[in-house]
Ligand binder design. Structure first.
Ligand SMILES: CC(C)(COP(=O)(O)OP(=O)(O)OC[C@H]1O[C@@H](n2cnc3c(N)ncnc32)[C@H](O)[C@@H]1OP(=O)(O)O)[C@@H](O)C(=O)NCCC(=O)NCCS
Length: 225
């Protein structure tokens, strides 16, 4: 059952969502200077990227992502190639994410039961509808504090909300090797079977080629209770 509280979609009896529900009722404790984790988690909001956002001080520590949000994101959005939201708290940009439509080849899905059930309903196609998180980053001032995981929960819930209007079954991401644990261990994304062996050497990959990416996916249906 879906409930709407404080403009956030939540689902009853789901652990993920209970967090947000609890957060929705936290007291607001205003702090001076740098904001602390709890303050941010209870007060951030998503805003569609526009020219009014000052991104000059945003730095997630990755040049490609910094360059994307400062120079490309708005152009892509104007051309309907991706849509970007900034995560903002007290006027400061904490992070951003970009979404675009995509699809996943059924053969990439690990879980045979899931694959079979999709094939029953889509017998003539080899792909399932999906949405891709094209970019996701948190300002390095606020990273490694659990804020990214909280925001990811919120993004997944927003995507779940979109499924009321558009068929999409999976969330996809091509994750930097360095962010693999963030997505898979902390946020329940799955890697492709073909990468299982490679992932045994994750530390070496991060060291030698930090730009290496892994294709990951999340079954949106599993977010429902
Ligand atoms: C990857 C990224 C989005 C993660 O966001 P984040 O806010 O740092 O994520 P979290 O803090 O929730 O989790 C990151 C780490 O902090 C740890 N952490 C979680 N809660 C914590 C807390 N309260 N205190 C300290 N550490 C915590 C997590 O265990 C996690 O560690 P691990 O990933 O090494 O296992 C962010 O670091 C980033 O933007 N990096 C640069 C750009 C990038 O690589 N983007 C991803 C593109 S694929």
């Amino acid at each position: 059952m879906l409930l709407k509280i404080n403009n956030k979609i939540i689902i009853k009896n789901n652990k993920l969502i209970k967090n947000i529900l609890i957060n929705g009722f936290y007291c607001k404790i205003k702090r001076c200077g740098n904001m602390n984790k709890d303050y941010i988690i209870n007060n951030y909001k998503f805003e569609k990227l526009s020219e009014k956002h000052d991104l000059s001080r945003f730095d997630c520590g990755n040049n490609d992502l910094n360059d994307f949000i400062k120079n490309d994101a708005l152009n892509q959005q104007e051309d309907n190639l991706s849509a970007t939201k900034v995560v903002i708290c007290d006027g400061e940009i904490i992070g951003f994410f970009s979404l675009l439509s995509d699809s996943i080849e059924l053969k990439k899905i690990r879980d045979e039961k899931t694959k079979k059930s999709i094939k029953i309903h889509l017998p003539r196609v080899k792909k399932a509808p999906a949405i891709k998180i094209g970019r996701f980053a948190i300002d390095k001032k606020y990273s490694n504090k659990g804020i990214g995981s909280n925001i990811m929960e919120h993004i997944l819930l927003n995507i779940l909300e979109l499924t009321a209007d558009v068929g999409m079954r999976f969330v996809l991401i091509e994750a930097y090797a360095k962010a693999y644990n963030f997505y898979v261990k902390n946020n329940k994304f799955l890697n492709l079977k073909k990468d299982d062996m490679k992932l045994e050497k994750l530390d070496k990959i991060i060291e030698r080629n930090p730009q290496h990416t892994f294709y990951l996916y999340h079954d949106i249906k599993k977010l429902k209770v």
